[in-house]
Design a protein around this ligand. Structure first.
Ligand code: ADP
Ligand code: F6P
Length: 472
């Protein structure tokens, strides 16, 4: 009989993807995104199992060990990937939960596969969990798993955490399967969200669409009480501080600045290439500073790193083309020979290279149109022990609830963003230091360990989970 675990994480992806190099040699590399960045360090400190998809279709992989974790692969066929992952998860739920920035697709065939795949994940978790184990289900791809798992294994203590926003009633009610999703989540003992608003939206929706009795953070379901609370996620601040203090990383940062021609200001964006991230809006604001002749080539360089993401979903392909057109046009108009105003990299970097980029950047530009949290903003702050950087941050990122001393912007307001960007570029060293010091205090005290501990304490003890929450 296979080994059972006392602690199980269930997530759409395993924390590693299989990559094959030019010589056909296969290896595992950490998969992208905030969820993995946040949970891998927590899991490494507990002896647990991680149930997830290995990242490519039609792949049969036996359970294996990587990154110090015990990994249990769930197989997805090409059709599952198309209907469950690209379809219901990323063409229906993702846009619906992010303010309908793109139009959600509502198709029954996508829903059916979403349900079927969620059941597969629930079965895999039921199989690996020891009697009375803690099972922590992650994110919007697996919202039906808590209830399915409870039916299979009523002995388990089940937690669910949503990494992305949870929409208000006016948007959520569009979803033809709204009750199924709510009841799926209600299978958990504790449902965690990034923000207080998201947790309240959920409780209100349970009252309205499931006719359930609610009291404060609690929803009464038959003989159980389900708690909904907010637990703002964070980063491994110590790991980043150590990384940023490494002389190799610091030398690399100096090299990056030199390679960019040592401009007065280096601005940086680091994102998955996603339409929720506001990449076009931030570049537009930057380009307008050249149009207005407030900047000229050599004064400032924008480095935009965009990790390829969900490339088979139509909206993502369109976005990539639009950004590449925008960058090409701007450089065509304002760059000088060998000195582009925007350096655009459509690739993924190592943690060391990212830390070097953070150190090289005078202004970190994080302007999502909507984001559950945004870990990049917190990573930048954690890395800047020198107190010299400035953070330009969207009001619509969860991180803005905590990083009040960032240069806050409404990314839909290009004129306002442009002026704030200029202000951040020209802030005095004393002002930057004041702002950065306050933000660092928050990120260092409320790190990913506190987030996980708050959630898991609340799950294990049925206690309130606001220890890691915003001080508001
Ligand atoms: P999301 O979860 O929507 O992708 P977050 O900002 O919360 O957004 O998390 C993104 C995570 O992925 C961060 O830890 C960030 O460092 C990492 N990341 C983003 N872009 C890159 C990149 N180009 N190379 C390597 N890691 C990246
Ligand atoms: O945080 C949102 C999220 O969708 C995570 O669930 C996921 O790990 C990350 O972004 C990357 O997305 P994907 O797995 O679709 O590449």
């Amino acid at each position: 009989m296979s080994k059972k675990s006392e602690f199980v994480v269930v997530a759409n992806r395993l924390p590693v993807d299989r990559v094959t190099d030019g010589d056909g040699e296969a290896s595992w590399r950490r998969s992208p995104g905030g969820l993995v960045t946040a949970i891998v360090p927590v899991m490494q400190r507990r002896q647990g199992a991680w149930v997830g998809w290995p990242g490519s279709p039609d792949e049969d992989v036996e359970p294996f060990e990587a990154e110090g974790l015990s990994l249990i692969p769930v197989r997805l066929s090409a059709r599952d990937v198309e209907y469950y992952y690209e379809g219901f998860s990323n063409a229906t739920l993702w846009p619906l939960y992010h303010d309908v920035i793109a139009q959600p697709v509502y198709r029954r065939s996508l829903w059916e596969v979403y349900e079927r795949v969620n059941r597969r994940f629930a079965r895999a978790a039921a199989e690996v969990a020891a009697e009375g184990a803690i099972v922590w289900v992650q994110d919007y791809q697996l919202q039906l798993v808590p209830q399915m798992l409870r039916e299979l294994r009523p002995d388990l203590r089940i937690g669910f955490f949503l990494h992305i926003p949870f929409p208000p009633m006016e948007l959520f009610q569009q979803l033809p399967w709204r009750r199924d999703i709510l009841y799926g989540l209600l299978g958990a003992d504790l449902v965690g969200f990034q923000s207080r608003d998201a947790a309240s939206n959920f409780v209100r929706l349970c009252r309205r669409f499931c006719d359930l009795r609610t009291q404060g953070h609690e929803v009464m379901v038959a003989d159980r009480t389900v708690r909904a609370d907010h637990f703002p996620i964070s980063v491994d601040a110590n790991e980043l501080i150590t990384l940023a203090a490494d002389p190799k990383v610091q030398n690399r940062a100096a090299q990056i600045r030199e390679d960019l021609g040592n401009p007065a200001s280096v601005l940086l964006g680091v994102d998955r290439l996603d339409y929720t991230k506001g990449i076009q809006q931030r570049l537009e604001a930057f380009i307008e500073l050249f149009e207005d002749e407030r900047l000229k080539s050599g004064d400032a360089v924008f480095v935009q790193v965009a990790t390829p993401s969900r490339e088979r979903v139509k909206e993502y392909r369109i976005l990539r083309d639009e950004i590449e057109l925008q960058v090409g046009r701007a450089n065509g108009l304002y760059a000088e020979l060998g000195a582009p105003i925007i350096n655009y990299m459509h690739t993924s970097y190592t943690r060391e290279e990212l830390a070097a980029l953070y150190l090289a950047a005078d202004v970190m530009v994080v302007t999502p149109l909507r984001d559950g949290m945004n870990l990049v903003a917190k990573e930048y702050v954690a890395c800047r022990s020198d107190l010299r950087g400035a953070l330009l941050l969207s009001e619509f990122a969860g991180a803005a609830q905590e990083l009040h001393r960032a240069f806050l912007v409404n990314p839909y307001d290009i004129g306002g963003t442009k002026n704030r960007m200029w202000e951040a570029m020209h802030a005095s060293p004393a002002e930057r230091a004041r702002r950065m010091r306050s933000m660092r205090r928050r990120v260092i005290e409320h790190d990913v360990d506190l987030w996980a501990k708050s959630f898991l304490d609340a799950l294990e003890n049925g206690r309130s989970g606001t220890a890691g929450a915003s001080g508001r």
